[in-house]
Write a protein that binds this ligand. Structure first.
Ligand code: HEC
Length: 107
């Protein structure tokens, strides 16, 4: 290994250490944020694990017809009783992973 390779390896190690800060990506072999876990942590209280719980009047996500851009916007801004998640689900990758998961709940 030359010095450059060692540097790159060290940088990669640092990056991996930082991205694991919530612990939610541990155990996942992918770099991609885990949409199912983020959904479970932030959304099931109202929408339930399958999107159908309807607590506080939450819409049934399995019957939702919003496209992914609208779901993305709704996650950032919230709507009515649903709080905005802009600062809770703070990265674009995390939001996209949650959007994918929400869409996967549809019948
Ligand atoms: C405090 C309860 C609550 C939480 C937590 C919550 N929601 Fe909601 N959600 C609602 C309510 C209430 C609505 C209906 C809003 C309205 O139209 O007035 C809604 C609507 C939605 C819709 C629109 C469905 C449609 O077809 O109109 C989507 C998508 C959605 N929520 C996704 C999420 C996601 C993803 C999360 C987690 C990041 C989440 N929600 C967390 C209460 C909640």
């Amino acid at each position: 290994m030359d010095v450059k390779t060692i540097f790159v390896v060290a940088l990669l190690g640092l990056f991996t250490a930082c991205s694991g800060d919530t612990g939610s990506s541990l155990g996942s072999s992918e770099d991609r944020p885990n949409g199912a876990k983020l959904y479970e942590a932030n959304c099931t209280a109202c929408h339930g694990p399958e999107g159908k719980a309807g607590v506080t009047g939450a819409k049934d996500l399995a019957n939702s017809e919003l496209d992914s851009a609208k779901v993305y916007k709704l996650i950032i801004e919230g709507q009515g009783v649903m709080p905005p998640f802009e600062y809770i689900i703070s990265s674009e990758q995390e939001r996209n992973a949650v959007v994918d998961h929400v869409i996967s709940l549809r019948d």
